[in-house]
Write a protein that binds this ligand. Structure first.
Ligand code: PLP
Ligand code: COI
Length: 342
């Protein structure tokens, strides 16, 4: 029986950190076989071979989406089909058996339902959902593992950036890159994230919230902000780096492109020269965790640009407001983005 008592948690002090919840989903698949019917179980540690493909060679990917309490009291997901499809793309790139879309969605929905007491009240945060697909079978040669595990766990979370909606300060890295052409930057491979930890930590030590990565070929075009997609606005034109294979195709990114276009903005998916961004009127970054986060300041070499006087700009604010209104059912679901869980 699911526990329906109120968790002992201060909803007003949620941060983007891990809190264990009650239940998780798990399924397995042998290489070349079909996915077994997965099952829900109590949250617990995994038992895994030290020779597992994921531990030795990083054969794994993750997804991230949120369940939110909506204004009508329902619990809703935002475009979970997109996460299911992206995970399939990633699985193909990393030599893992793709999880069928319906199975992915059922797993996410069951995990949210069985942890529903952990969904924060509307506006206080969200239940972050973490699907994980990995090579769990033992292997010594560098090759796809013999067995795969797909699991889903959750954690209640608050704002991704400390300071919530206060505009962040970011630094353009002249030394580190996130991804290279032909690599795995376009999928949510687990191995994409560890190399960003030290650059990000160094930036934070010096008062910045995150790193902006440039492309690895020309060292000139903006790729991403840590784990979020980049946008800038100049003279009413909204620009975002085009998907070249080294950038993660964010669900929030595609939603903002659609939303901004429908509101009459010219939206360009193009190469965004860092020099152009430094002259923009507004900059912001978007993602499931980051939502729409205003960028107040960017440091690039010996230059520092402040946008909109360091305050949240009008286009950023409008897109943030409109997106979160749809996500929380305070506005009509005009694009068909919402899936009700309960
Ligand atoms: N870029 C990277 C590298 C990410 O890890 C994420 C987070 O998922 C995003 C962008 C934003 O993607 P989404 O909007 O699908 O969460
Ligand atoms: C997300 O936005 O879901 C992310 O994956 C960001 C991060 C926590 C890796």
């Amino acid at each position: 029986m699911p526990d329906d008592t109120e968790p002992e948690i201060d909803w007003d002090s949620l941060t983007f950190s891990f809190t264990q919840t009650d239940r998780m989903y798990m399924a397995k698949c042998e290489i070349g076989g079909e996915w077994e019917k997965g099952a829900m179980k109590d949250f617990e540690d995994l038992v895994i071979s030290p020779a597992a493909g994921v531990l030795n060679y990083g054969q794994g990917l993750f997804e991230g989406l949120k369940a939110q309490r909506a204004s009508d009291g329902s619990i809703v997901l935002f475009r979970p089909q997109q996460n299911a499809r992206r995970a399939q793309e990633g699985a193909r790139r990393l030599g893992m058996p793709p999880v069928p879309e319906e199975m992915f969605l059922d797993a996410v929905i069951s995990t949210v339902r069985e942890n529903s007491r952990w969904v924060p009240p509307m506006g206080k945060g969200a239940l972050y959902i973490r699907p994980l697909l990995m090579g769990s079978g033992p292997i010594l040669g560098v090759a796809p593992a013999p067995e795969y595990t797909f699991l889903v766990f959750t954690s209640p979370v608050g704002p991704y950036f400390k300071g919530g909606i206060t505009p962040t300060s970011l630094r353009v890295s002249d030394k580190f890159h996130r991804a290279a052409p032909g690599g795995s930057g376009g999928v949510k491979a687990i191995g994409n994230y560890a190399p960003g930890m030290i650059p990000s930590k160094m930036a934070k030590k010096e008062g910045y919230s995150e790193i902006i990565y440039l492309d690895a070929v020309n060292h000139r075009y903006i790729e991403e902000v840590g784990a979020a997609n980049f946008f800038c606005v100049k003279d009413g034109v909204v620009s975002t780096p085009a998907l070249t294979g080294t950038i993660l195709p964010g669900v929030t990114r595609s939603s903002i492109i659609e939303l901004a276009s429908s509101r009459g903005y010219e939206v360009r998916e193009e190469k965004v020269d860092v020099e152009y961004a430094m002259e923009a009127d507004e900059c912001f970054c978007v993602g499931t965790a980051a939502v729409v986060s205003s960028i107040g300041k960017i440091e690039y070499g010996d230059k520092v640009s402040e946008f909109n006087g360091g305050e949240v700009g009008p286009v950023t604010r409008q897109l943030y407001e409109e997106l979160t209104a749809i996500q929380q059912r305070r506005a009509p679901d005009e694009f068909g983005w919402i899936t009700e869980v309960e």
